[in-house]
Each structure stands twice: as structure tokens, then as C-alpha cells.
Design a binder for this molecule. Structure first.
Ligand SMILES: *Cc1c(COP(=O)(O)O)cnc(C)c1O
Length: 428
């Protein structure tokens, strides 16, 4: 394939935008080469600036669960735009989408809308600290909760070691309040809680991590987190920015039957517009301003365009009784097809899948946490990525990402993809 125009556009972008991109993973640093500039997209396909058609397995990193330019969302946004795009005053549609979200998600009474997943997680942690009167948080290595300071922390080894920042600009003062644990390792969490008694406000977790590949919870990890949090009066925050409205109507809470105290949303909930949200029982949410003392605000929060897109998306998901089964069936078909051709071509691999989240790892061992995810062969991944791209299949340009399956994919698209994997894996 030819990427002449993309390359030229990237060179122009680099002069005025740091690294040429507005979010780092788009820059292809993990796989090499220059990023592809999109011109438009419809359904399961992207069309780039050079006229190439690509089957899209990223889907804006999750939001386009029903495909690109999904008609009900487009119509809702166009209609709203004609009537004014932001007022900084309350509008009825905010209540409509809040009522719908509250009806779909377990264990929440109230929801506050923000503009990104980052904002949702950052605000949820502030709320948890304000509610409990405690400062420390536990997060898991390899889980991503957006780019706010408290979350950009790397592991120090040993249970009592304080976290150290893994980005310049994050202060030691912030880092010392973030404790790092290993996903799927409940004893690790228990030890941290024992060592920091009465100091921990919350545990924040991606219930099904999707930012180190897709990692299923094992050995009742989520149930056990719930029990430990209750024992220690710690709030459990599920960051469902990726899993929410994707794994089920009620996200991972519904799928695993485990209630979180606060749930964070993003991606699907905005239907492709900048939306995030966090939600909890009234008793917790009532601590937020203007009802309570925990401050949180946003000039564009709940703006009509974003709410119209989100509402059209959630309505469709709520009314389609088979949507999540259909997504899972397509993902399972892809999983089995890819596993078959990789095995036939003797490529060492592990495939993880939960619902419509799936990731292919180039290592034999089970991938259950950040350490095992990091062991995958990155050279194999690069070949795989560029090989697929050349065949017209676009997966995330990073070995640590989930593929996001959309309902717009047909079984012909899946067969095409499996055949592309077959071709590429012959030369791996
Ligand atoms: C994408 C993501 C975020 C951050 O959301 P943004 O909208 O990019 O700020 C937070 N948590 C998880 C689990 C995510 O996947």
C-alpha cells in the first residue's frame, strides 16, 4: 500500500504539533513507520488520505461499537448542532441520558458527566478521598486510568515502597499516595491494605484490563477485591471507560455480578464525542458540589452535542436485545480463526478474550498481568502489525492494546481478516 499523502501530512503536522499527534499512541512509536491520516470512515471501514480502505479494529479506541458514522448518532448530532452547541445552562437531554444510564448500570443512583475518561477517573478518586477522608489509593500495574498525575506511577519493588512517578512533572508528593499492586494477585492487595491500615481511600481497577492487552480476571479476583474493600472500608472504583456499555449493558459489574462503589465511563458512552462520566449511589454522589464539599466542574460538561451522541448510542444498545451476544459471537469467530491459522503456521501465541475485547500475544505463557503481558515478543508484533496493515487490516499500533470489535463487521470482513493473518503469519 502507498502512504505518500499520509507521510506528507505527518511531516507538516510534526512542525506544529508535538510529535505530530494529539495523543502519543497514534504516532506509531511502538511499531515504527509513519501514522496513517484518516479521511473518513463508515461502518467497519476507514478510508485514508491515500485512498486505501482499511478494516478497523480500533474504532477510535472503543467508542464506535456500532461502526463509524452510525446513522442515529450522526442524525442526533446534526439536529442538535442547529440549535446551539453549548449554553453552560441545564438542558433536558442531560437528565434523559442520566436516567437511561442509571437504568442500565447496576448499583448507581446518580451520574455526573464530564468530557473524557481521564476526567472521570480523576474526579472519581477525588470523590473517594473526600468521602472517606483518606488519601492513598491502590492502582494496578498496567491499568490505565487516563493521564492525570496520580495514575502515572510506576512500581517500586516491595510492598512498603512508595510509587515513583513515571513521567517528569508528576511530583514525589503525588506519587507517595499511589500504591501499586499486581492485577489478579489478591494477596498483593491484601498485604498493601494491611500495611496501610486506615490510610487507603480507594482501589481503582479496570475490571477487565484492556490497556495491557485484554486480561480476564481469574480466581474470583473482582469478588475478592469487593470483600477486601468492604473489610477495610475502602471504596472500590471500577474504571469501566473501556468495558462499560461494551461487555454488557451494565458493563463488567453486570457481567461478573460484582458491584463497584463508583463506576467511571468514557468511550462508548459518548458515541464518538468527548464524553466521560462517573456514577455511584446517591449517598456517595451527594458529596459532590453543589450538594456537598467535593468540587468538580466543567464548562462544556453535558453539552448538547455530546449528550445527543451519547443518548443515541445508549438507546440503541439498550433497545437491541441481542447486541452483546452478537458482538461476542463475532469476536469468538475471529478468535478461533486467528488461533487456527497461527497454530497452522507454527507461530507461538496466546489469545485473550472477554466479550468483544480481544488481544493477540506472541508468547506461549498465559497473560494474566502486566509482567506476563510485557513478555510478548515485540518484534513479532511489529511484523504482525505492518503485515496486516499491508493487507488492509488496521489493529492498534501497540502490543499492549485490545482490539475493539464493532457490530458493523460482517463475517466476510472477519474471514478476510483471518486470511490476512494467515498470509502474514506464514512469514513470521
Ligand atoms: C481510554 C481510557 C481512559 C482514558 O480516557 P480518555 O477519554 O482517553 O481520557 C481511562 N481508563 C480506561 C480504562 C481507558 O481505556
Amino acid at each position: 500500500m502507498i502512504y505518500k499523502r499520509s507521510s506528507a501530512l505527518f511531516a507538516e503536522a510534526e512542525k506544529v504539533i508535538p510529535g505530530g499527534v494529539n495523543s502519543p499512541v497514534r504516532a506509531f512509536k511502538g511499531v515504527g513507520g509513519t501514522p496513517i491520516f484518516v479521511k473518513e470512515a463508515k461502518g467497519a471501514y476507514l478510508y485514508d488520505e491515500d485512498g486505501n480502505r482499511l478494516i478497523d479494529y480500533i474504532n477510535s479506541w472503543g467508542p464506535m461499537i456500532l461502526g463509524h458514522a452510525f446513522q442515529p448518532v450522526v442524525d442526533a448530532v446534526v439536529e442538535k448542532a442547529k440549535k446551539g452547541t453549548s449554553f453552560g445552562m441545564p438542558t433536558e437531554i442531560e437528565t434523559e441520558i442520566a436516567q437511561l444510564a442509571v437504568s442500565m448500570v447496576p448499583n448507581i443512583d446518580k451520574i455526573r458527566f464530564v468530557n473524557s475518561g481521564t476526567e472521570a477517573c480523576m474526579s472519581a478518586v477525588r470523590l473517594a478521598r473526600g468521602y472517606t477522608g483518606k488519601d492513598k489509593i491502590i492502582k494496578f500495574a498496567g491499568c490505565y486510568h487516563g493521564h492525570s498525575d496520580s495514575f502515572l506511577i510506576q512500581a517500586g519493588s516491595g510492598l512498603s515502597t512508595f510509587g515513583t512517578p513515571n513521567s517528569p512533572g508528576v511530583t514525589q508528593g503525588t506519587a507517595k499516595d499511589t500504591l501499586l499492586a499486581n492485577y489478579n494477585d489478591i494477596d498483593n492487595v491484601k498485604a498493601l491494605m494491611e500495611a496501610n491500615k486506615n490510610e487507603i481511600a480507594c482501589v481503582i481497577v479496570e475490571p477487565v484490563p484492556g490497556n495491557m492487552g485484554c486480561i480476564p480476571p481469574i480466581n474470583n479476583f473482582l469478588e475478592n477485591l469487593r470483600i477486601l474493600c468492604d473489610e477495610h472500608h475502602i471504596l472500590l472504583i471500577f474504571d469501566e471507560v473501556m468495558s462499560g456499555f461494551r461487555l454488557a449493558k451494565g458493563g463488567a459489574q453486570e457481567l461478573y455480578g460484582v458491584n463497584a462503589d463508583i463506576a467511571c465511563f468514557g468511550k462508548v458512552i459518548g458515541g464518538g464525542l468527548p464524553v466521560g462520566a462517573f456514577a455511584a449511589r446517591a449517598e456517595i454522589m451527594n458529596h459532590l458540589a453543589p450538594l456537598g464539599p467535593v468540587y468538580q466542574a466543567g464548562t462544556l460538561s453535558g453539552n448538547p452535542l455530546a449528550m445527543a451522541a451519547g443518548l443515541a448510542m445508549l438507546k440503541t444498545l439498550n433497545e437491541d436485545a441481542e447486541i452483546f451476544e452478537r458482538l461476542e459471537a463475532k469476536t469468538k469467530y475471529l478468535h478461533e480463526g486467528i488461533a487456527r491459522v497461527l497454530t497452522e503456521n507454527k507461530v507461538t501465541h496466546t489469545i485473550n478474550r472477554v466479550g468483544s475485547m480481544i488481544s493477540v500475544h506472541f508468547d506461549e505463557a498465559a497473560v494474566v498481568d502486566f509482567e506476563t503481558a510485557a513478555k510478548g515478543n515485540n518484534e513479532s508484533f511489529k511484523k504482525f502489525f505492518h503485515g496486516l496493515l499491508n493487507e488492509g487490516v488496521y489493529i492498534a499500533p501497540s502490543a499492549f492494546e485490545t482490539w475493539f470489535i464493532t457490530d458493523a463487521l460482517s463475517y466476510e470482513d472477519l474471514d478476510f481478516t483471518i486470511e490476512a493473518v494467515n498470509k502474514v503469519s506464514k512469514s513470521m
